[in-house]
Design a protein around this ligand. Structure first.
Ligand SMILES: [Zn+2]
Length: 236
């Protein structure tokens, strides 16, 4: 136990007593960290407004048994353009909630941290209807659940791919179909997101296809997280 430095993004905060908060961070070096920020709710707090959700901060923490203690927090980025825009703030909140569910406490996952910082920067620079969906698909891939998109996940057929089911592992042909339908346009867009065409995909204007891709991404991430939670319970 002792002091350590890390960088992190604030995922959420909850009140603790009169003046304190418990802040949940995703950090570069230690995965999810929950730490007490003392006096943070006082007007003259030394932390100012630096520990709000989406804040990207450089931290000095004191390691505790259950909760760490925030000793120092310096701003790397406030993401002001996100916080001042309700639509973007809504999207950022979806990113933070998803990371909160995927990140493990005190288990380093630098790629997850970098993905979140990258997505927040992209969102700050430009609002994109596909940002959250793209992040969810990337998150599935990062968490070892990249969907099969090129051929039927059940029989391997390359043609007539019409359905999508996360439990089966991806896209399905007419003969094997389960789960919900997927249009050829939506399938093409998900392939672009996961196949190196992300920047290009993020420039897509809102359309029924981007909406379909977003709905699919949300449902797929939910299915994945439920299954993971169940398997963790079985292990526990
Ligand atoms: Zn099939």
């Amino acid at each position: 136990m002792g002091l350590y430095r890390d960088t992190g993004v604030v995922l959420r905060t909850i009140r603790l007593g009169e003046a304190d908060r418990i802040v949940t961070f995703v950090t570069e070096g230690r995965g999810k960290v929950r730490a007490v920020a003392k006096g943070v709710r006082k007007t003259k707090s030394k932390f100012g407004g630096r520990l709000e959700p989406t804040s990207h901060v450089r931290l000095l923490l004191y390691e505790g048994r259950e909760l760490d203690i925030v000793t120092q927090a310096d701003t790397i980025d406030h993401f002001r353009t996100i916080r001042e825009d309700l639509d973007r703030l809504g999207r950022a909140t979806s990113l933070l909630e998803a990371v909160d569910q995927v990140a493990q406490e005190r288990e380093a996952n630098p790629r997850l941290y970098q993905m979140l910082v990258g997505a927040l920067r992209a969102l700050a620079a430009r609002d994109s209807p596909l940002l959250v969906a793209a992040f969810f698909w990337k998150l599935l891939a990062l968490d070892g659940a990249e969907p099969v998109l090129l051929r039927c996940a059940a029989c391997g057929s390359f043609s007539d791919l019409v359905a999508f089911d996360m439990v089966e592992g991806g896209v399905l042909c007419r003969g094997c179909r389960r789960g919900g339908p997927i249009s050829p346009e939506a399938l093409a867009l998900v392939r672009r997101i996961l196949g190196g065409g992300l920047t290009d995909a993020l420039a897509e204007p809102a359309s029924p296809v981007t909406h379909e891709v977003e709905t699919l991404a949300t449902r797929s991430l939910e299915t994945h997280l439920e299954r993971r939670l169940r398997s963790l319970r079985l292990l526990g």
